[in-house]
Write a protein that binds this ligand. Structure first.
Ligand code: XMP
Length: 260
């Protein structure tokens, strides 16, 4: 993992500190569904408490907020913070500026430390205020660059022309450039595509860490993604649905800290 850089934001400092303390680059992904909100919260807190020695952050998906409701989501964020773990909202935010501002403010008020955004919304009239709001409050912004699922190649992998005379460029390369130019704290690239991780790593400055989902259930491997340049590994079902989530988290943590 890239070490702390000069001018790293509080979000970056926190997640790197947590990663060093727990000797893990694993982020636990929680997408809760299928039970009453009180039972979901109980189970989720239990999972966070049990896996907390082996993870460096928690990422909540929109299903979690929709199924828990706002107050119980706050309680879950508090439980993560109680274990010294930053909490990221995976919103893939990509609306117009005012709507983006309202959504991101609401998430940050709930206690989230960072947010995943969709660069397709662009800067002016799109994501610009989200970066300002986040960085004013010491929060982090992670930009989607190449998703982990098979269909991601339809758009993230397509060739586009920036202008009539320009050479065709892959969409994800443009997104990686934007993440860098915009001052993002991180870029999401699926662990299912280590070659793309490598190419994106080469485009990004060191302060933009690569966050890779798609480990285990979706076929990605921690070691391969780590060798390619991923800094953090977002892992959901392979931990949450394991017969022994602590042991699964511990195993992934060990892999994540193995020298590439
Ligand atoms: P699993 O169970 O597959 O969960 O380990 C992965 C988690 O990560 C989310 N996910 C993504 N989030 N960009 C993202 O921002 C992606 O490319 C991506 N792929 C998976 C997924 O929603 C789940 O929470």
């Amino acid at each position: 993992m890239r070490n702390l850089q000069k001018n790293d934001t509080p979000f970056r400092e926190n997640i790197i500190r947590s990663s060093k303390n727990n000797f893990s680059r694993v982020i636990l992904a929680l997408d809760l569904q299928g039970d009453s909100s009180s039972k979901l919260l109980r189970n989720a807190k239990n999972l966070v408490d049990r896996t907390s020695p082996y993870i460096c952050a928690v990422k909540l998906g929109r299903p979690t907020i929709l199924n828990l409701g706002v107050e119980r989501t706050r309680a879950l964020i508090k439980a993560s913070h109680g274990n010294n773990l930053p909490c990221i909202i995976d919103d893939k935010l990509g609306d117009i500026d005012e709507t983006n501002s309202a959504i991101s403010r609401a998430y940050f008020d709930m206690g989230f430390d960072g947010i995943i955004v969709n660069p397709i919304a662009g800067w002016k009239g799109g994501l610009e205020p989200v970066f300002k709001i986040a960085h004013r409050q010491g929060k982090g912004i992670i930009v989607l660059v190449y998703m982990s699922h098979p269909g991601a190649s339809d758009d993230f992998g397509q060739f586009v022309l920036r202008n009539r005379r320009g050479r065709p460029t892959r969409q994800y390369e443009i997104f990686a450039e934007r993440a860098d130019e915009w001052g993002a704290d991180g870029a999401v690239v699926g662990a299912t595509r280590p070659e793309i991780v490598k190419r994106v790593r080469a485009k990004l400055s060191d302060k933009v860490r690569i966050y890779s989902p798609g480990i285990g259930t979706q076929g990605g491997k921690v070691i391969q993604a780590s060798r390619a340049g991923s800094d953090f590994f977002i892992i959901g079902r392979s931990i949450t649905r394991a017969s022994d989530p602590e042991r699964a988290a511990h195993n992934f943590a060990r892999q994540s800290m193995t020298e590439p």
